[in-house]
Design a binder for this molecule. Sequence first.
Ligand SMILES: [Zn+2]
Length: 414
Amino acid sequence: MAETMADRPSKANGARVLADLNALRAIGAYKTGVHRPTFSEPHRRSLDWLVQKLPDAGLAAEIDGIGNVFGISAKAGPRLLAGSHLESQNFAGWLDGPLGVVYALEAARVINPDPTVKGAVDVASWCDEEGHFGHFLGSRSYVGEVTEQEIDAARDRTDQRPLREAIAAAGLAGRPRKTAERGRHIGYLEAHIEQGRTLEGSRLNIGVVTSIVGIWQYRLTFTGEQNHAGTTRMKDRKDAGLALAKACVAVDDRFPAHAGPRTVWTTGRIMLDPGAPSIIPGRAEMLFQVRDDNPEIVERLEALLGEIAAEVGNLSGCSVEVTRLRTGKPAIMDSGFQRAIEQAASIFAGGKSTHMPSGAGHDAQVLASIMPAGMLFVPSIGGISHHWSENTDDADIVTGAEVFVETCRRLLTN
Ligand SMILES: [Zn+2]
């Protein structure tokens, strides 16, 4: 069948994408990565860089009162929202965030001036995805979840600077925060580095994200009897620390039989009270996290966690309390978006794509609460991320850009 004009794939300009990513890498450069925490001077400069680039894509640029940058199209027809974030973790990588912003910019540059494609790509750079001041501040503000009181209370986790002060120093005090205009967008598309080894390990180019996992968090508190480490016979002890350690081992033994194929769990912090070499700890506490995209699996594991804690407590003569601190909200990616990414990957990546969940959080999970959302991953070398050595092959970056731009065209024309 002959290709009609409307079926012609849109092609990203790979050299332009690499040049933009390298320009951003130079803003706050640290070794081969960047140090660009939220509202630092280099972060503010990176926002200005984007504001200056957006008109090239036929977009009107603005920065709102929480530091989100938007590029808004006036072209008629359906509109797709695309983006990611420009700040980094401290002393971290150059692609975590900027990759998705530059892909969105490139999609807008290719598609918006093209009269054969109906509709346009709007661009967003969400502020503080990396959580220096909170979690997903920019995207949550856009969907209407951030209150003024939350902003009043937020502080930089590194230097305790109040968020209000940081916003003022960035010249954004008093600006309104932009919220989603219902019905304006057919959905949200985001690209990101994988930050894991699935794609590299299978020599694949594109990950089609099926869901973004939810995070459940628990506190386990064991209470025994604080006593002298020299005079208390072993049989008489109620050692809360020992009970906690036994619970950790039992979780690792018994969770796998009840977990899903990609469930992960982590004991992130252990505290013994009083925590001295000559005192049997009377109290022991651990923070425990489970991630999965299936709440039913986590419900099973939560019940099992309670059983394990009770059994271990009984055997050790300790009482135990399990408290859920955080309930996960997994985000399911739209099936039409997944199909469009897969089709674009069959054209530009030789079909070397796979469907996979995201174990890390992304702004797309927040946007998914108000519109259809999709995500695609490109490979991370060695799976390394949140470190300055994070990297992706230039060829993989270009392939990802081509798949991203063509996915945008397909979503707008379907
Ligand atoms: Zn990121």
